[in-house]
Every structure is written in C-alpha cells, then in structure tokens.
Design a protein around this ligand. Sequence first.
Ligand code: ADP
Ligand code: MG
Length: 564
Amino acid sequence: MSKHTHAFQAEVKQILHLVTHSLYSNKEIFLRELVSNASDACDKLRFEALDKPELFEDQPNLEIRLIVDAEAKTITIRDNGVGMSAEEAAAHLGTIAKSGTREFMAALDGDKKKDANLIGQFGVGFYSGFIVADRITVESRRAGLPAGEGVRWSSEGTGEYDLETIDKPTRGTDVILHLREEEAEFLAAWKLRSIVSKYSDHISLPILMRKEEWDKDAGKYVAKDEWETVNKAAALWARPKSEVTDAEYQEFYKQLSYDAQPPLSYTHNRVEGRSEYTQLLYIPAKAPYDLWNRDKRGGVKLYVKRVFIMDDAEALMPVYLRFVKGVIDSADLPLNVSRELLQESRDVKAIREGSTKRVLSMLESLADSDSADDQAKYMSFWKEFGAVLKEGIGEDFQNQERLAKLFRFASTHADEGVSLADYVKRMKEGQETIYVITADSLTAAKSSPQLEIFRKKGLEVLLLTDRVDEWLLSHLHEFEGHALQSVAKGAFDLGKLQDEEEKKQAEATAEAFKPVLDRLKESLKDRAKDVRVTTRLVDSPACIVVDEGDMSAHLARMLKQAGQ
Ligand code: ADP
Ligand code: MG
C-alpha cells in the first residue's frame, strides 16, 4: 500500500480539540496513557497466545521501552505486544468505536462546565499524545502477520492521518512523539523516569530505559547501550498491603476508573479458603453519568494469576453494586475462562459473595463510625448511590438485613439521614409498626393530609421520595420485627396508640355521619370503593386512601406517567 491520506471521523476531531486544549495543565498524563496502551497490548497478546503460543515468535518476554532522541526531539514508546494491522490502525486510531465515547461527546454538548470532570471519566488515551507532540508516528505490526505487513500511521492531530505499509521485523508497536518546540523538557530522561514512577509503577511489565552516565567531556549525562527497569513492575494488588502507600492506591484508582476525584474508600485483601483470590475494590466518590443504566457492565477487572482476562466481568459483582471499581485476581479459575463459563463457576460465586460482603463492610464501617468525617462520607455516598443500593433489597436476599441497615431516609423527624434503626429507637410506647409514606417529592410528602394524625400524636413517619421506593416497599416488609406500613393504605388502626376516649369518639362520629356517608357513597359509587369516617385527619376535611394490597396512589401516578 502506498501512502494514503484519510480524514478523521468528526468525533475524533472534537476529542482532539478537547484533549489538547483542556488537558494542557496536566500534560504529563500523555505518558501514562501511552504506557497504559502498551501494557494493554501486551495483555492482549498474552491472552491470544494462550491458544496460539506461536504468536510470541522468538520474543516471549513482554516489555515496554522508552527511548529519547534529543537530536530528533522525539520520545518513542515501544512495546512488543499484540500490535495492529493496517485495518486496525485505521479503526482504532482514526475513528471512535466505543459507545461510551459517543455518550461522552453527547454529554459535552450539554453542559460545558462539566468538561473537565467528564473528561476524567473516559480514557483520553492515545490522542493525549498530541498535548505535547505536533506529530505522532505509529509503526506497528500485528502479532502473527509477516514482517512485510507492518503499518505506519502518521498525523499532525488536526484533520487527517496518513497510512502506509512498511517492513517491520519486530512484533508490536512504536509510538513516536515529535515533541512541540516548547515541550523539550520531556526529553530529559530523569523527567520521564519521575513521570513513570508517579503514574506507572504498578504496571506489571518492566518499563525499560537506557542507563545514563555522566560524561565529563560533554558535561552532561549520556545514554549507554545498557537498559534498566525504571518501574516497580509488580501488579499493585499483588504486592503486600503493608508495602503499598495510600498515594499508590489513589493513583491506581485514577487509572482504573478515569475518575478525577479520589475514591471514597477502598479495600485490599488476599482471600484464602474455598476459593483463593486477591481483591482490590474501590467505592467512587461520585456517580458516573450512566449509573442508571442497569445494562452497563460493572467496573471490576478479572485477572487470573496476574494475567488480564477481561474488563467489566459482571459476574463478579451483583448488579446493585455496579458502581464498584477494582481488580479481582483469581488463583483458581482457568486462564481460558469465558463470560459464559464465569456465570456458572462455583469459584466465581464464592468470589462474588466474598466481594459483596467486603463492599458492605466498607460501607458499614463508614456508616457506623464514630467519626463525623466518616459519617459525612457515608451521607455523600448515600446521596450518590443510595437509590442503586436499594435495588439490592430485591436482588440479594442473603444480605437483606445488612442492606436495610445501610438505608437512609427523610422522615417527619429529620430531612435526611434517618436509618431504620434510628426510627425504631424513637418509636413511641406501644408502637409496633414503622410508618412510611411515598410521594414524588419531600414537599409533597410533608404536606400530605395522611400525616396529620401522626403529627398530632408525635409519631414519626418515613418520607420516601425515590423512584425505587415503591419497589423497595414491595420487597422490604419488616425491620427487626417491625412491619413497614404505608400510612396512605387501608383503614388502618392505630391500635394501642389510640386511647379509649378517641375510639369512642370515632364510633360516635361514624354513627352520626352515617346518613352523610350513605349519600356520598351513592354519588361516588363509580369512583370510590368506600367512604369512611376517619380519625387520621386533623385539619383536612377529607383524603383519598387505597385498599391494603392495592397499588398506592403514588405508584399509580408513576405508572400513568410512564404510559402504562
Ligand atoms: P483505549 O485504550 O481506552 O481503548 P486509546 O485511545 O488509548 O483508548 O486507544 C485506542 C485503541 O488503539 C486501543 O483500544 C487499541 O486498540 C489501539 N492501540 C493504542 N495503542 C496501542 C498499542 N500500543 N498497541 C496496540 N494497539 C494500540
Ligand atoms: Mg488507552
């Protein structure tokens, strides 16, 4: 193939513009992104070679090299990973295939202020090279293809790129950055080393650079032919907990999640027993823009004995914990495990159960902590992810009780942060039931006439205003032996909470109003099942209730809105 020029897809142009303009203040991340791509390419090769060991050719040791050429003003990131064919280079470096990226672009069109945060949630990846380079040349050969089928991709990062066929004897990819005039600082080897140790220490492959020696005559350091490893080259989760610093955990999270904010909490454990595995799990501080998509795959990567197997292995976490990010490295699963196999594996089931418990413990230790700081963290978690956690009540029967304890609500007592346990503690003498009301909003809930009698008697009522709350009530029937009851349902009896006097009065009123009730029943007969005298109102003249077991008025409204 002779040299051909191709236009970038429109989205790529937008991304390029965005990346080079908005990430300028944090330009060193280009190296993290390119090293991470090199590492991914090696992971992919290792995975493909499970079935086809010949792909290793004569180079079974996977590695990344960083090469500085001060004369030419270039930095080369070289890997001997899976490489790219010409088609792949055009597809991966010229278009944006990932659906997530399209959503990203759509989101950017909306609120421009969010740009900086949003960008952190996506891999800015390859294109970040253009922050420091005015031209990038990529030379690559796909593992398994002959030397004559190498490809050179080249672009100035504006509207187009060139593709041509080249000879490339070695497998893998060279990404050559032609640095902009003003970015010469990155030509200093010590600078690159310090960026590597800041961002890429945990990469499990060796990252090699040429050794340097002080040259007296030249009065500067010069590179020798000898290479040395400049990162720790050990997967972070495989290192003992005591040897990993908080800063390293934080940095690893950033790379895993592309979240610009530090995580709320994390847990790192080596689990032995029925199933042997290492888990490193993070709870993000902020919900991603697509949290509500239940089909979205989770954020946990699966490794088997340090070999990367797959991203987003949803079988490792229940759906209601889809916001958790992290890594699970199993010692038991076969290396060729597929998504289908994962669904059925007993080891995976053990991992899922163990990891779920870990996440719940992490949340409990924030929620039950004596420190105001932790409790504030928990409340911020609850605001971001509470509604998702509620889904767990119907999904994870085993942990129902632990989940219920983690829930927080508004009530007639406090606008937020009321746990079921708090409620139970405040129950009145003789009160057996936990009273709740569902509504569209806190204001609507608070002004509901159904609450009048509860206010008068000083009984607390939980005010449930999340969309999932109706659903929650259909799965959560009791807490510590106390039934949850909607105050908008049935002709319920306040039982022991009503004194004799009030009961007598109610009966007398019912008797006196019988003729009125009969007339009302007659005139509303097609629209109301029954008309009753009630003791639940104090100020309002009347209210509508639904029968016990019927859909609540709030749910009926929601379904109607949804067109059902
Ligand atoms: P991401 O890494 O999130 O997929 P990038 O923009 O970083 O996004 O990279 C885009 C794609 O280009 C990668 O998914 C991969 O297919 C390809 N790619 C980039 N760098 C390399 C490399 N060194 N070797 C092989 N393929 C690569
Ligand atoms: Mg990438």
